[in-house]
Ligand binder design. Structure first.
Ligand SMILES: N[C@@H](CCC(=O)N[C@@H](CS)C(=O)NCC(=O)O)C(=O)O
Length: 201
């Protein structure tokens, strides 16, 4: 399998952490790729019309995207413990995953606004609105982190990737103050092999 990737992308990190958790990392060839909505990676268009990473090329040559789909594919190859079977536990894991992914979508929106958009065109209300979403999501996660199931599943993988991304790209806007439970949880889960192998650079 081949994966269009960047070591800075939190969505790619989620996929690669999943690959490590599933014992599949050695089967994946990494294809460097980059782009922004303002300068999309047109070389990828034939593989993914959205021109985004992560995009997976499977062994039969067919593509899969986006990150959650690739993660569930890896989990299915490995016999599947990262996505609970149908039922309430699955709804809760998918809801938390959506919360974390939404946090990331807002973080990326702020990042593009502050780095990719020309300075005279930057829109402070846009940044403030997305920053409020990030803060609300972090506060919600602080409230529920101690009640997370013991099993390390896709919601928790996404959360490690998201908090790592905030450390990587938003160090000047620290997320830890006022969120001691999340801080402890992140320190503990960052010790997993899958997390250590995929630290953003
Ligand atoms: N919902 C997508 C988001 C992927 C995404 O936005 N990736 C970014 C890199 S972190 C990207 O490829 N950006 C380039 C662009 O939007 O053109 C997923 O979960 O895979």
């Amino acid at each position: 399998m081949k994966l269009y990737h960047s070591t800075a992308s939190p969505y790619v990190r989620k996929v690669l952490m999943t690959a490590w958790e599933c014992g599949l990392a050695s089967r994946i060839e990494l294809l460097p790729a980059s782009g922004t909505p303002a300068a999309p990676n047109r070389d990828m268009a034939a593989r993914n019309p959205l021109m985004k990473i992560p995009t997976l090329i499977r062994d039969d040559g067919s593509e899969l995207y986006d990150s959650i789909v690739i993660c569930e594919y890896f989990d299915s190859l490995a016999g599947g413990t990262l996505f609970p079977p149908a039922g309430e536990a699955r709804w809760q894991v998918l809801r938390r995953h959506a919360l974390v992914d939404g946090l990331l979508d807002s973080a990326l929106a702020v990042r593009y606004e502050t780095v990719a958009r020309p300075e005279p065109l930057r829109w402070q209300e846009w940044i403030d609105g997305h920053s409020a979403k990030i803060d609300n999501a972090l506060d919600a996660l602080e409230r529920e982190v101690d009640a997370l199931p013991a099993a390390f599943q896709i919601d928790q993988i996404a959360l490690v990737a998201a908090l790592g991304y905030l450390d990587f790209r938003f160090a000047s806007r620290p997320w830890r103050p006022g969120r001691p439970k999340l801080e402890r949880w992140f320190a503990r889960l960052s010790e997993r092999e899958s997390a250590k192998r995929t630290v953003p650079t």
